[in-house]
Design a protein around this ligand. Structure first.
Ligand SMILES: Cc1ncc(COP(=O)(O)O)c(C=O)c1O
Length: 357
């Protein structure tokens, strides 16, 4: 058997939507983007959606729109993809790394409290693997200290915190549509969600050379636009997202049932709706298990083997984050996508049990 780690879904509806744009001759700044922004924002129960070129640009532009600048401190977890933290570094800010909660792999809010200084201007909670951060205490701290909250929801489309969609909780929510995400645009793409009119306005100017009017550039911006073809694909994909989310959750439940007591399986907090962008287990000799599974035709991944604070480009010195540092050598991501069949999950579990004996 060969089991893919993730799979992109393409159907006739998507192909038709792409052809329609190709035939229309309008490739940027058209109706598909406008409608996709509206539909995605509605889905997230946010007032506005601003389509951008990637999840990375969503985070970068959010920092710029919030007025975060050189010398400011931005609190972010280290156990995440580098793009949660690199935009802050790129702007000359200092990323300050919070450790994670060992059950949810997301920002440890008690640690976050200890990291706030007079220079702190923003917090970037990351809903990693599709599990939301414990946002209530985080938002209370942010409000108390006047900090801007950028939800990194790049792995958390359709996830919920206490019944509310991720991306609708902070000042802005940042999404990625990279091909392996829970929904994609068949290439790079991203979206920023917000309830704030002024921010939405600023963000849409920042992503398009700082303008509303074709020839007047009110503020300094660059080109971070989302084109019409990806927007059209995104609209089609969004229709499937609720069904795909159910399938991911069912696949995770099946893995949990088969792997309980064999390896450490992921947890879902009682206030969370986890959308299992990644299904991450922990085990001793992670590399041994990963090699064994790969030899059996099962693709796996590690998200992420080197935490952000230990990346050479981030110059974070010899900082120690005990929970993050302890989990990175033990985590292994198993195949997870909505097309995954029960027999495939059973096969993966059987091969894990075989290796564990
Ligand atoms: C947690 C997280 N943040 C940010 C990003 C950046 O998104 P993109 O690859 O669309 O730039 C990603 C995706 O790769 C991600 O997983």
């Amino acid at each position: 058997m060969k089991i893919n780690f993730s799979e992109m879904y393409v159907d006739d509806g998507i192909k038709k939507a792409v052809l329609k744009i190709l035939d229309s001759g309008r490739y940027i700044k058209g109706h598909e983007l406008e409608i996709f922004e509206k539909e995605f924002a509605d889905f997230c129960t946010s007032k506005f959606g601003v389509g951008v070129s990637s999840g990375t640009s969503a985070i970068l532009l959010s920092l710029i729109a919030a007025g975060i600048k050189k010398g400011d401190e931005v609190i972010v977890p280290s156990h995440t993809f580098i793009a949660s933290a690199s935009p802050a570094k790129f702007l000359g800010c200092t990323p300050v790394y919070a450790d994670i909660d060992p059950e949810t792999y997301t920002m440890d809010v008690d640690h976050l409290k200890k990291l706030i200084t007079s220079k702190t201007k923003a917090i970037i909670p990351v809903h990693l693997y599709g599990h939301p951060v414990d946002m209530k205490p985080l938002l209370e701290i942010a409000e108390d200290k006047g900090l801007f909250v950028i939800e990194d929801a790049c792995q958390a489309h359709a996830a919920e915190y206490r019944g509310k969609k991720t991306g609708s909780l902070g000042d802005v929510g940042c999404f990625s549509f990279f091909p392996s995400k829970n929904m994609t645009v068949a290439g790079d793409g991203g979206m920023i969600t917000t309830n704030n009119d002024e921010l939405a306005d600023k963000l849409s100017m920042l992503r398009d050379h700082g303008r509303k009017d074709k020839y007047i550039h009110e503020i300094l911006g660059l080109n971070f636009r989302l084109s019409e073809i990806p927007a059209a694909v995104g609209r089609e994909q969004l229709k499937h997202l609720p069904g795909w989310t159910d399938k991911r959750r069912k696949a995770a439940a099946k893995y949990n049932e088969l792997l309980e007591g064999i390896v450490e399986t992921p947890k879902e907090a009682k206030w969370a709706k986890h959308v299992y962008h990644l299904y991450v287990i922990q085990t001793d000799d992670r590399d041994g298990l990963s090699n064994h599974l790969n030899q059996q035709g099962i693709s796996t991944g590690v998200h992420y083997p080197v935490p952000v604070h230990r990346q050479p480009c981030m110059d974070a010195g010899k900082l120690k984050l005990p929970v993050t540092d302890a989990c990175v050598d033990r985590i292994l991501s198993l195949p997870m996508h909505p097309q995954l069949k029960d027999e495939e999950i059973e096969y993966v579990a059987e091969k894990i049990k075989e290796w564990k004996k």
